[in-house]
Write a protein that binds this ligand. Structure first.
Ligand code: ADP
Ligand code: MG
Length: 607
């Protein structure tokens, strides 16, 4: 029992703490559209006061009618005036309600846009490391959902304000007649509030704990429908397996949700009865006082109306409040995400990266371990890459080649040691300006489901309108020939995601990636197995051009094909994160080491 209570308290505290998200939400809301927010608030405030005004005019009408029935000959013009006012109030209410619907939907749109942009923008500033961390990835996923799933809370906030105004104005009315009655009413709804919020926090904990299951569902759904997996699923006949697995996981989600819904139903019934008791107790007291002549009929109408209104409002205020608190918990995901700060960022006095590189790079005792993993992937690497030098990195899978080149654009920082560019630590350069000087194609480069033109211009968006540069990059990379064969040329949609899209082969996509790198016109080119999907001949062709294109530039290329690697000025063999040997092709062959061995094996396979 005691433990139960403690968890309960902890949960409640957690829920109230989430309300701290509300001010932050308000700021976000305000920046999404201040004019809309003001219009909405003004309408809600006015609408909130209308019930009191309506009841008051109603009371005046009843009292007038009663007096007229007792003493004939009263001037009826006052009655028509009161009626006109009541009518006006009714019309105003209807108009405001429509206006609020309109503001609400506009605010929802603007908020979704503004917060989605914020999340995208923020995500782009974060470290790569964050994205490779599954816990962070969960946070990002949840934050992303908040930009559209939390639209409800905006409406709830407006409703809460309106209900609050109505409640306060009506309570003042009720209290004017009997403070006791008001107290009775409040007492009746407090249990309902506690119950509501209790279930709300249970609901949140449940939703939170279901995240991994929901992710699994998403994954299974994706796996079952993606074209990348279709081939293998068919051949291995995995359809039924996926079907059963999906169904099981889904049943578990449904089961856990249903349990909570049942408990909530039972609790809701009990609290609802308690609330009704309070209301009817007060109503009985009111009737008694009217019958015994302490209240007029008009006053009865007014107080009974106000009482009913209050009872409704107290409950809806509490339930809006609980809704808000509940949803505010989810907002923690959004704000927690927005609060993540990149660890790799500019120093205050960051300097721009050199446009023309004089000395090149120097890795000085660089060691690196991926954060949270207790194993060095690079160990005490010392390497110089001179200006205009073409270096090839060679080694079997998992030796640290990709990791090494990730350090150059500062996607990661060395765990120890440092990397210098023109004698200055990379950390002292402005990151954007450094990255602008680097053109890189990663092993897992992106296929953009966009037009052929965009697939190239994304390499350097400033050149989006420069047809000459575009055609040049297409020609150099070999993408030009592919484009010539496309039905819509440069404007052909690539990929299968959108209508009229044409999918390309791996090698063809790679040529577009190369075109991006060329368009980038950077002083440093990094190609991480950019030709893995090309056949040997095509690769030879690409590298032939590559050699002439990289004159005067620093080029780092990673390839398994030693026939192309030999074009490099210097070859560096990595093994277990250490530099095993380095030299020109001929030097390495002559020394008869690991490289010579690899080369011999590959050459043999071609014979
Ligand atoms: N994001 C990562 N997080 C943790 N370990 C990683 C990550 N990327 C690569 N590794 C590990 O680092 C080692 C070197 O990988 P990598 O640099 O990709 O090798 P290569 O490019 O030479 O094949 C491997 O053992 C790999 O499993
Ligand atoms: Mg690699």
């Amino acid at each position: 029992m005691k433990r139960h209570w403690n968890t309960y308290l902890a949960m409640r505290k957690n829920q109230l703490r989430a309300l701290k998200n509300i001010p932050e939400l308000m700021v976000l809301l305000w920046s999404s559209g201040s004019v809309l927010v003001v219009a909405e608030l003004a309408s809600r405030l006015t609408l909130g006061l209308l019930p009191l005004a309506g009841l008051w005019v109603g009371k005046l009408i009843v009292d007038f009618v009663l007096a007229a029935s007792k003493h004939s000959g009263q001037d009826p013009s006052r009655l028509w005036f009161l009626l006109a006012v009541e009518f006006g109030i009714g019309c105003l209410g209807a108009v405001l309600a429509r206006a609020i619907d309109y503001w609400d939907s506009r605010i929802a749109d603007e908020f979704a846009k503004h917060s989605s942009l914020l999340v995208m923008k923020h995500a782009s500033t974060l470290d790569l490391q964050s994205f490779e961390d599954p816990v962070f990835y969960d946070t990002l996923e949840r934050a992303r959902c908040q930009t559209t799933d939390r639209i409800g809370i905006l409406k709830n906030l407006g409703e809460l304000l309106q209900q609050g105004v109505t409640l306060i104005s009506l309570s003042i009315g009720v209290m004017m007649f009997s403070p006791l009655m008001f107290a009775l009413l409040i007492l009746a709804v407090v249990p309902a509030f506690l119950g509501e919020s209790h279930f709300a926090s249970l609901g949140y904990s449940l939703a939170y704990s279901l995240v991994p299951l929901r992710r699994e569902l998403d994954y299974l759904r994706e796996l079952g429908t993606k074209k990348e997996s279709a081939k293998e699923l068919k051949v291995f006949r995995l359809g039924d397996f996926l079907y059963d697995r999906f169904s099981d996981v889904n049943d578990e989600v449904i089961g856990r949700t249903r349990n909570l819904a049942k408990r909530r139903l039972r609790g809701g019934v009990v609290f609802g009865v308690i609330g009704s008791l309070g209301y009817y107790g007060a109503y009985a007291a009111l009737l008694y006082r009217t019958v015994s002549g302490q209240l007029t009929l008009g006053e009865l109408t007014f107080v009974a109306g106000a009482l009913a209104g209050c009872s409704r409002q107290v409950q809806s205020v509490f339930s809006s409040f609980t809704n808000i608190a509940h949803q505010a918990l989810f907002l923690t995901d959004l704000f927690a995400f927005l609060a993540v700060k990149p660890a790799i960022c500019n120093t205050i006095d960051a300097i721009p990266a050199p446009r023309v590189i004089r000395d090149g790079f120097e890795f000085r005792n660089v060691s690196f371990a991926y954060p949270g993993i207790n194993k060095y992937v690079l160990k005490d690497v010392n390497l110089r890459i001179g200006a205009g030098e073409r270096v090839a990195l060679v080694g079997e899978n998992g030796q640290g080649k990709t990791t090494l080149v990730k350090l150059i654009p500062r996607l990661y920082e060395p765990t120890s040691g440092k990397i210098l560019l023109d004698g200055i630590d990379l950390r002292e350069y402005d990151i954007d300006s450094l990255r602008r000087e680097i053109g890189v194609i990663f092993q897992d480069f992106v296929h953009y489901d966009m037009t052929a033109r965009e697939n190239i211009t994304l390499g350097r968006i400033e050149y989006a309108r420069d047809e000459l540069q575009l055609a040049e990059a297409a020609r150099k990379s070999g993408a030009g020939k592919i484009i010539d064969a496309l039905p819509h040329g440069f404007d052909q949609m690539l990929g299968k995601r959108f209508e009229d899209g044409t999918d390309l082969s791996g090698g063809e996509w790679q040529k577009f990636a190369l075109a991006r790198a060329y368009l980038r016109d950077a002083g440093i080119l990094i190609l991480d197995e950019p030709t893995a999907a090309l056949d040997a001949l095509a690769e030879y062709e690409v590298f032939n051009r590559f050699a002439e294109l990289t004159t005067g530039k620093i080029a780092i290329l990673i390839s398994h094909r030693l026939s192309t690697v030999r074009m490099a000025d210097r070859i560096v063999v990595l093994k277990d994160g250490e530099i095993h040997e380095e030299g020109t092709h001929h030097q390495l062959i002559a020394s008869g080491g690991r490289y010579a061995n690899m080369f011999e094996r590959q050459a043999a396979s071609y014979r």
